[in-house]
Design a protein around this ligand. Structure first.
Ligand SMILES: *Cc1c(COP(=O)(O)O)cnc(C)c1O
Length: 365
């Protein structure tokens, strides 16, 4: 069994939960987003490829034709450089002070986000080293403020020009058109740069937003880029199965778990699975989350605790609810978007929090 098959050294028969990542679906989603407008797309693999495993994900994207990769932090760029010696690696946070030499030594492309970063890069980077520029067109998070563009040196010529949409997942939001107009004007100013504006949701906004290079993340990993706007167009990527470690029948009305926050009726069947908030299940799923046992949707009852979560499996019955069987938290009938909605969060946060303890299995690569 290769490292790619089980990224964690947890044999599946010992794992409390198994995260299965479909690399074929990742490649198909990336190609679908790239082909949508006939422009190139980067692979956004920050945060360990959204928690799904940098090595296997980066390699399958490279095989699918991806040549440009985005990471958030320099350390992620260094890890990716060892995996893909020839890829173009854009580091979105740019260099931290004093880190410029490391970028050049490992051919990492810094995306410069402030006049300070521009000045430091010009002072310390070797002549000819590639760089990009991120201009903030309305998000007020990361990137050179629009007002500072005029203060850039006259010979400043980034190889990549980036901006990021604040509301791409709300197609009707007025900020989208405003950011698009601002980005068009910028593009005219840096004609030599590869222009890149759209994340996954931005690519769904239409051809106008695609420019030269899309930067899809969540859609590649199977999350719905625009929740609430029709069915998810992306193929599912992740499956999360948590193992039942104990089953009990409760014959009289009693409470479940810390804080006694759930009261079950007499005659209830409860199953405890070996996954909790230390495994990335948000505690906000307490008394709200659901899973599938066989064909049956079963509710979480009581509080999610560190290592354990309890389900009321009365409807599924004792034949299915056995120690060793799995309850599927993310799968064909209960998506990562469903679990995120139940937790009151977004699929990004679910994915990036998963996989600290369970076995991670990559299939379809
Ligand atoms: C994370 C990120 C992306 C990817 O966004 P998704 O919504 O996951 O498609 C693109 N660009 C930047 C700057 C990012 O930080």
């Amino acid at each position: 069994m290769s490292e790619d098959d089980f990224a964690r050294d947890v044999p599946p028969e010992l794992a409390g939960a198994i995260l299965t990542v479909d690399l074929g679906a990742i490649a198909a989603n990336w190609r679908a987003l790239r082909d949508r407008h006939g422009t190139d797309c980067a692979g956004v693999v920050k945060a360990d490829a959204y928690g799904l495993g940098l090595g296997p994900v980066a390699r399958v994207l490279a095989r699918a034709g991806c040549r440009v990769f985005c990471v958030a932090m320099p350390e992620e760029g260094l890890r990716l450089r060892r995996i893909l010696p020839d890829a173009t690696i854009l580091v979105l946070s740019g260099p931290l002070p004093g880190g410029e030499g490391l970028f050049a030594a490992h051919a990492l492309v810094p995306i410069l986000n402030s006049l300070e970063q521009v000045a430091a890069w010009r002072a310390h980077a070797p002549a000819g080293a590639a760089y990009g520029l991120h201009v903030d067109t309305g998000m007020n998070r990361l990137g050179l403020p629009l007002a500072d563009v005029d203060a850039l040196p006259a010979d400043f010529a980034p190889g990549w020009l980036l901006s990021h949409l604040a509301c791409a997942d709300e197609p009707g939001h007025a900020l989208n058109a405003g950011q698009l107009a601002a980005f068009r004007a910028l593009r005219a100013r840096f004609p030599g740069a590869v222009a890149s504006l759209a994340n996954s949701a931005g690519l769904l906004l239409g051809r106008d937003y695609a420019f030269d290079l899309g930067r899809p993340g969540i859609g590649v990993y199977g999350g719905h880029p625009c929740p609430g706007h029709g069915p998810n167009p992306m193929a599912p990527v992740v499956r999360l199965d948590a193992r039942i470690v104990q089953v009990r029948r409760v014959d009289t009305p009693q409470t479940v778990g810390y804080g006694a926050s759930h009261r079950c009726e007499g005659g209830s069947l409860l199953a405890t699975v070996a996954a909790g908030y230390a495994d990335g299940l948000p505690r906000t799923l307490s008394n709200r989350g659901r899973g599938m046992l066989g064909e049956q949707l079963v509710p979480m009852v009581g509080r999610v605790s560190m290592d354990l979560t309890v389900f009321d499996v009365t409807a599924a019955g004792p034949d299915l609810a056995r120690p060793g069987a799995f309850i599927t938290l993310i799968g064909p009938h209960h998506s990562v978007d469903d679990l995120a909605a139940e937790a009151g969060t977004i699929p990004y946060e679910i994915l990036t929090a998963l996989g600290r303890r369970h076995a991670r299995r990559h299939i379809g690569g």
